[in-house]
Design a binder for this molecule. Structure first.
Ligand SMILES: NC(=O)c1ccc[n+]([C@@H]2O[C@H](COP(=O)([O-])OP(=O)(O)OC[C@H]3O[C@@H](n4cnc5c(N)ncnc54)[C@H](OP(=O)(O)O)[C@@H]3O)[C@@H](O)[C@H]2O)c1
Length: 218
């Protein structure tokens, strides 16, 4: 199968790429950093349209995202840009799977609204969640759409919690009450979603760490 994964230069997208490459699939990787198949900024509409024109993936993983950046940037990248890619690939693909990497922030479970930046993150992820639902209901193609909503994962985006670089050793405490999942946990969930029988659509799935009542694992 052919996968197209945005935000695959690091973090969750990179782990997904390694997994599906190891399974023998082709993966088109996308990001601004070096080393990806298609290097560019997804806020550039021409770049986005170029991807949609060039590729018809079996699986599109709508993963690129930012946090702790200016209000409109977060709303744009995680919301408008992600929804634009979603609706364009939905029409282009005709069949297969689209998985939108959302957040537990959608239900504000496991995420605290601390400031305007976190508010725009939540708004953007809610937009993506609702867009997934609209396409599932519209059902105008054979593409299965999933909103995968995840809690904290140890990636480079983790520094959003305090807007500064956080040492790995401090991370458990710094994420307030949740020990971050591993990227492998998200990979496992995505793998499960796409391996469901043809007659099943996983519309939304939420995963988070199971935290002890004390709020800390150690
Ligand atoms: N980690 C968590 O705790 C967590 C929790 C819930 C949801 N999520 C979601 O999971 C997804 C992946 O996050 P992550 O934790 O893996 O973060 P990450 O390690 O920071 O990776 C983010 C990826 O998005 C790409 N990206 C960001 N802005 C871009 C742009 N304008 N154009 C092209 N690529 C862009 C980055 O590539 P370049 O820097 O190379 O451009 C990078 O590959 C995001 O949608 C995030 O909201 C993460």
């Amino acid at each position: 199968m052919l996968f197209l994964i945005t935000g695959s230069s690091k973090g969750i997208g990179k782990a997904l790429t390694e997994h599906f490459n190891n399974e023998g699939h082709g993966v088109i990787t996308v990001g601004r950093s070096e080393g990806v198949t298609e290097r560019g900024d997804l806020t550039d509409e021409k770049f986005r349209n170029g991807l949609v024109e060039k590729y018809e993936p079996d699986v599109f993983i709508n993963n690129a995202g930012i946090a702790q950046e200016p209000f409109l940037d977060v709303l744009n990248v995680n919301g408008m840009v992600a929804v634009d890619l979603l609706q364009k690939f939905y029409q282009k693909m005709k069949k297969g799977n689209i998985i939108n990497i959302g957040s537990l922030a959608t239900t504000q479970n496991g995420y605290q609204v601390k400031d305007l930046s976190s508010a725009s993150y939540i708004l953007a992820k809610q937009l993506l969640h609702n867009a997934s639902y609209f396409l599932q209901e519209m059902h105008s193609t054979e593409v299965k759409v999933t909103s995968l909503e995840i809690g904290a994962v140890a990636t480079t985006i983790k520094n959003r919690f305090f807007g500064k670089k956080i040492a790995e050793s401090e991370y458990t405490e710094q994420t307030l009450r949740s020990v971050p999942m591993k990227t492998a946990d998200v990979v496992q969930a995505v793998d499960w979603i796409i391996k469901q029988p043809q007659h099943l659509e996983v519309r939304s799935l939420q995963i988070n760490n199971f935290v002890k009542p004390s709020g800390k694992l150690k």
